[in-house]
Design a protein around this ligand. Structure first.
Ligand SMILES: [Fe+2]
Length: 266
């Protein structure tokens, strides 16, 4: 199945900019590219920081921009989001019994989990006992199905200095719970860090971030104060099938220097 991941769209009311980027321009360009090249996804996921300041106007804009999609859509909350404004704008997005924006989707290739790591006024992620209880049920009910996780904050240490104090504030509990799932975790898909990162946890769980659709960091692992850059609008195409999990990074507006001919091999 084909899943499109957008992340860190950081929408603002029309015309406003953030760190030198008009996030609406970036998102509209990404959506146009997705619809042109991948108009048939099974699922669109935005892994948080949907809007930069949680403005109702920005959520209304997001709804309008996403309206051409006919596939299932799951929107996750990031630290920049505002839960009340989000739930008012997207009342149909599934939530758990405690009101957290958490849900699952069963597919022929395992169970997808969509987690809510938003804590009002906190930049890092929160995954508290109520949310862990939901996760325990979702993993328990998954049975023999392998699980793929979507969440805004990485539940792993990124190793990036700027994020040292704003990672998941859960003492590693979320990752520990995931590691207990007998059928395995295919992948953890996240955003938040505004740089592309891929890795494997000490317990063997693969993870990666999508690049932000809006502003990005110039990759600098050691600087607590790295530079922002506008870059190009980005998204990922995720394929989940009988061969496992693959994520392809896509960037809109790259300079084309030459065309490659077909490779006949060997
Ligand atoms: Fe972000």
């Amino acid at each position: 199945m084909k899943i499109i991941q957008l992340t860190d769209t950081h929408l603002l009311p029309p015309g406003a900019t953030v760190h030198g980027v008009d996030p609406e321009v970036h998102l509209r360009a990404a959506v146009a590219d997705i619809l042109e090249k991948h108009g048939d996804p099974h699922l669109l996921v935005i892994t948080g920081d949907l809007c930069n300041d949680g403005d109702p106007e920005a959520y209304a804009l997001l709804r309008e921009i996403l309206s051409p999609f006919t596939c299932d859509i799951r929107l996750l909350l990031g630290n920049h989001d505002a839960r009340p404004a989000f739930t008012a704008a997207f009342p149909e997005q599934p939530r758990d019994e405690n009101g957290f924006i958490q849900s699952h989707l069963d597919t022929p290739f395992g169970r997808l989990l969509f987690l809510d790591s938003h804590g009002a006024g906190i930049i890092g992620g929160i995954y508290d006992t109520q949310r862990l209880a939901w996760l325990d049920d979702a993993l328990g009910n998954a049975g023999e199905k392998p699980v793929t996780v979507f969440v805004h904050h990485p539940p792993v240490h990124s190793g990036i200095a700027h994020f040292e104090n704003i990672e998941m504030h859960d003492d590693g509990l979320l990752l520990q719970r995931l590691a207990t799932h007998p059928a395995g975790i295919r992948h953890i898909v996240f955003g938040h860090i505004h740089v592309p990162l891929a890795g494997t946890s000490a317990t063997g769980i693969a993870y990666s971030s999508g690049q932000a659709c809006s502003h990005k960091f110039v990759t600098d692992i050691d600087a607590p104060d790295p530079f922002w850059t506008a870059g190009n609008p980005c998204y990922r195409i995720i394929q989940l099938d009988e061969n496992g999990f693959r994520a392809y990074a896509a960037e809109v507006g790259e300079t084309r220097t030459a065309r490659a001919g077909p490779c006949a091999g060997p």
